[in-house]
Design a protein around this ligand. Structure first.
Ligand code: IPM
Ligand code: MN
Length: 353
């Protein structure tokens, strides 16, 4: 297969983990005889510094021309505590999602047997937890009408029927492929937008009689996720709730550095770790590359290249078993490996298989 990949490394630890993702992707393509080309493009604070725009037109073009985007992270502390900043790195990520029509964000939450002790939750509670959060990504408060003056500010949580139908369809289809259990997370006891979601979900549920659907308020879902994470199979929710719940989900796995994600919709799909740019670690060669590398596995799987994805997952598991781990997940007294060393170990493993 020919694969044209746009590589957006971004800010902070982005470039370091991006390099590992690209290395692993190249190794898998060599192994399976795929023809891959990588085209780098700028985004985030890096692009603000260079051209004054966190998602320049040229980057949009590189993304549009690609089969997939391998994205790393954006964000810079220079902008975080300045509420008056007119341009922010995060706007680049939001612009990319909007312009590529990426309305569905797939965030799997999984545990690794050998890392159960890393979770702040008791191991027996998280052992075997395996669910997918499907987050709506181009609507809601993130993109609704906004206003701000010195005395008043608002963000509008607007959803239209087609927006809700298309994301719920993705969720029902995922549920059909998994354990056929869908949890629709909303705040229908308070919010009108949630009541529309729930109404549409109830209508659509009739078309999926094999799927057991339950409806859960988001506050309750936040609690249930840590009380009984194994309860969930597929969870679907609007943009803001999904943002919050998936950070919570990462605690189940033990490290944010482990969770990949895929964003899909009408345009080029994007594969990215759920963690941010961790500016404090920039250049220190300590960031965990596994979320980025697992995003590459999701990329292959998106194109039905299942064996390719499987090999990456096998290599990641082997690296964990061999204790080739970055400091965030290393066992006590274990040697701490750098971002590059973990990435290289995984590349070597793949090349030798
Ligand atoms: C995420 C991030 C982004 C979001 C930020 C960086 C804009 O937190 O992908 O979850 O809020 O969507
Ligand atoms: Mn987030």
């Amino acid at each position: 297969m020919n694969l044209k990949i746009a590589v957006l490394a971004g800010d902070g630890i982005g470039p370091e983990i991006s390099k590992q993702g690209v290395g692993v992707m190249a190794a898998v393509c060599r192994k399976f005889g795929h023809d891959v080309t990588f085209n780098e493009a700028i985004c985030g604070a890096d692009a603000i510094d260079k051209v004054g725009n966190p998602f320049p037109e040229e980057t949009f073009k590189v993304c549009s021309d690609a089969d997939a985007v391998l994205f790393s992270a954006v964000g810079d502390p220079r902008f975080d505590n300045d509420p008056t900043a007119k341009v922010r790195p995060e706007q680049g990520l939001l612009a990319m999602r909007k312009k590529l029509g990426l309305f569905a964000n797939i965030r799997p939450v999984q545990t690794f047997k050998c890392l159960l002790h890393k979770s702040p939750l008791r191991p027996e509670l998280v052992d075997g937890a395996d669910f997918i959060c499907i987050r709506e990504l181009t609507g809601g408060m993130y993109f609704g009408e906004k206003y701000q003056d010195n005395e008043k500010a608002y963000d509008t949580n607007m959803y239209t029927r087609p927006e809700v139908e298309r994301i719920l369809k993705v969720a029902f289809e995922y549920a059909m492929k998994r354990r056929r259990h869908l949890t629709v997370v909303d705040k229908a006891n308070v919010l009108a937008s949630s009541r529309l979601w729930r109404k549409i979900a109830q209508e659509m549920a009739l078309d999926y009689p094999q799927v057991a659907v339950d409806y859960m308020y988001v506050d309750n879902a936040a609690m249930r996720m840590i009380q009984e994470p194994r309860f969930f199979d597929v969870m679907v929710t609007e943009n803001t709730f999904g943002d919050i719940l998936t950070d919570e989900g990462s605690c189940i796995s033990g490290s944010m550095g482990l969770l990949p994600s895929a964003s899909t919709g009408s345009g080029t799909p994007v594969f990215e770790p759920i963690h941010g740019s961790w500016p404090q670690a920039k250049g220190l060669n300590i960031a965990n590359p596994l979320a980025q590398i697992l995003s590459v596995a999701m990329l292959f799987e998106h194109f039905d290249l299942i064996a390719e994805g499987k090999l990456i997952r096998e290599a990641v598991n082997a690296s964990l078993d061999a204790n080739i781990r970055t400091p965030d997940i290393q066992i006590e007294g274990g040697e701490k490996y750098g971002t590059n060393e973990v990435g290289q170990w995984i590349v070597d493993y793949i090349s030798k298989r």
